[in-house]
Ligand binder design. Structure first.
Ligand code: ATP
Ligand code: MG
Length: 390
């Protein structure tokens, strides 16, 4: 569905209102939706091909990346796995927010771990793996259950091996005999028996002031987020404050601007950082219906140098990821308070196709709605709701 526009690039008429987003997936699309209501314009960049595209329908625009960078007010990104030269070019423009350092910390687990260590932020015990014998050594130190991860390019649980026994170890060591560790070092993490996964999304404005959304509880299937509940059930002010302190330390160290997501493992009072994402995040999609200003709107406000909007929760929300299945029937839309967000992508297994925000003002109401939606979903998605429905 690509089409080249020629003639006047009208989207450049007021460069002061233009934000360039590196990446052109659903996060850029939702940033566009958050920006238009503020009267700001967004151009997305297909980072692989270095072309400017419309963030919603992906049509190719008659404009080079250089022209877009030159004309815009700010440059930001929707993901961290970006070509290094593009990040450098964005950074060199002086308009890139957050910045190349934050992108590097999100893109490379080794950079991320060393930053966490330097800042004394608790994270999973881990070892860097540069050879099969490093892995055997790590298994002795961190085992009997390890999660082995590629240092770069991992997302949605891709690029991971679960090593839960000596037998698993032998199989993975065999698989890695010819692996190019120099090109792609690995990170072995101790498998943490946490009570639950939560995430904190905070937003930092251009002056370094922070605002935080309430913590979100996240449920994964096959290494991929399937469901978020927000605000996290049983959220205490102490837990929120502890997570905010971690976030503040990280945001300040990175001289941050925009939304920064921190994924955490909670066990009792203890919080371990799993990873950070220097961008808007899937576990923050609930804010589209749950808050006065969504994560997308607030990210755009921040990078555009505008005041931040309210981040407090106005409703309870369950965010259901719509993964690997075609668009649901319109029956779903008959339910009051079920909000479908569809990304218009072709269906592929494990691919995030859209999400549904289920909104309520009490736990009972939310459970009832989850039960109703459960009955309308394909089996592969309904199972994710089975435990929490009424
Ligand atoms: P995403 O992009 O979806 O955040 P990812 O591919 O970057 O995922 P991680 O967040 O590191 O990968 O891992 C995905 C999931 O695997 C985690 O949310 C968690 O459920 C599980 N997991 C990862 N690391 C550990 C660990 N050390 N101990 C226990 N579970 C883990
Ligand atoms: Mg993750």
């Amino acid at each position: 569905m690509t089409q080249t526009f020629t003639g006047n690039a009208s989207y450049l008429n007021n460069g002061n209102d233009l934000i360039v987003v590196l990446g052109h997936g659903q996060l850029a699309r939702m940033m566009y939706l958050g920006a238009t209501q503020l009267g700001l314009n967004i151009i997305a960049v297909d980072a692989t091909n270095r072309v400017c595209v419309n963030a919603v329908d992906k049509t190719v625009l008659d404009l080079t990346v250089e022209q877009a960078f030159e004309a815009c007010k700010a440059i930001t990104s929707e993901f961290e796995h970006l070509p290094k030269d593009l990040v450098k070019q964005a950074e060199d423009s002086g308009k890139f927010k957050p910045n190349a350092q934050a992108i590097a910390a999100g893109a490379d687990r080794i950079v991320e771990k060393s930053l966490l260590e330097k800042l004394d932020i608790p994270n999973c015990p881990h070892q860097i793996i540069n050879s099969v014998s490093d892995l055997q050594n790590a298994y002795q130190n961190l085992g009997p259950k390890l999660i082995l991860k590629t240092s770069r390019d991992g997302y949605d649980g891709y690029g991971q091996w679960r090593i839960f026994s000596e037998q698993d170890l032998a199989v993975v060591c065999g698989d890695l005999v010819d692996f190019d560790f120099e090109h792609m070092p690995l990170v072995a993490e101790q498998c943490i028996l946490f009570e639950r996964e939560i995430s904190l999304l905070g937003v930092t404005d251009i002056h370094g002031e922070h605002k935080y959304y309430p913590l979100t509880e996240n449920h994964h299937g096959d290494g991929q987020l399937v469901l978020s509940l927000a605000p996290a059930p049983n959220l205490t002010p102490e837990l929120q404050q502890r997570a905010e302190a971690i976030h503040k330390t990280m945001a300040e160290a990175l001289n941050y601007c925009g939304v920064l997501a921190i994924e955490l493992f909670q066990t009792g009072d203890q919080l371990l950082v799993n990873e950070i994402a220097p961008r808007v995040h899937n576990s923050g999609h609930w804010t589209q219906q749950g808050c006065a200003a969504s994560q997308f709107e607030n990210h755009i406000r921040a990078v555009a140098g505008l005041p931040l909007g309210d981040t407090s929760a106005q409703h309870l929300v369950a965010m259901v990821n719509y993964v690997g299945e075609p668009k649901p029937s319109s029956e779903l839309l008959k339910l009051d308070n079920a909000h479908l967000h569809w990304y218009d992508k072709s269906v592929r297994s494990k691919r995030k196709m859209g999400h549904i925000n289920l909104v309520a003002d009490s736990v009972e109401e939310l459970q009832k709605l989850i039960g109703q939606v459960h009955d309308l979903l394909p089996e592969s998605l309904a199972t994710n709701l089975a435990e929490i429905k009424e």
